[in-house]
Design a protein around this ligand. Structure first.
Ligand code: GDP
Ligand code: MG
Length: 167
């Protein structure tokens, strides 16, 4: 069984950087070109059992929406990202959730991530705002940094754990 996981959220929030940090354990500064359909498979160990995750990167741009709709249908889990230094990326989370509820399976596992947690001095969204939004939609939440790696492995492991508990 391969569990399909996709990353969604506005362009620039750090989706590709988060994947690179998880996959390679490093941060490569600078924006990545739009990477639709880049997927890789990882084994995550949950309670001594191995869970195979296939992770797909998406681009947040409107022009790729038709591509991501196809991904939604097959997704078992969604990592939904905003950038803690960007109010608009946070405000758009509601629109992403509306789209997710429209196109994804009703039992899809969702996790909300406030990325770029290392940029505290430029923070625009308080942690408790993220927590409150997550509570409203009954989804787990954490702040991550693709730069320092904080909570990156934890986020993917938590998703794998949630998926396994439902399998
Ligand atoms: P995507 O469009 O969501 O895939 O975002 P990218 O991964 O291309 O990242 C957009 C920009 O934010 C790039 O300049 C990254 O180097 C930067 N970035 C991504 N994640 C982080 C992070 O956690 N901390 C910091 N400081 N910069 C980040
Ligand atoms: Mg990207």
């Amino acid at each position: 069984l391969v569990l399909q996981t996709i990353l969604v959220g506005d362009s620039g929030v750090g989706k590709t950087s988060l994947l690179v940090q998880f996959d390679q354990g490093k941060f490569i500064p600078g924006s990545f070109s739009a990477t639709v359909g880049i997927g890789f498979t990882v084994m995550v160990t949950v309670d001594n059992a191995k869970v195979k995750l296939q992770i797909w990167d998406t681009a947040g741009q409107e022009r790729f929406r038709s591509v991501t709709h196809a991904y939604y249908r097959d997704a078992h889990a969604l990592l939904l990202l905003y950038d803690i230094t960007s109010r608009s990326s946070f405000d758009n989370i509601r629109a992403w959730l509306t789209e997710i509820h429209e196109y994804a399976q009703s039992d899809v596992v969702i996790m909300l991530l406030g990325n770029k947690a290392d940029m505290n001095s430029e923070r625009a969204i308080r942690r408790d705002e993220g927590e409150r939004l997550a509570r409203e939609y009954s989804v787990p939440f954490m702040e991550t940094s693709a730069k320092t790696g904080v909570n990156v492995e934890l986020a993917f492991t938590a998703v794998a754990k949630d998926l396994k508990s439902r399998a």
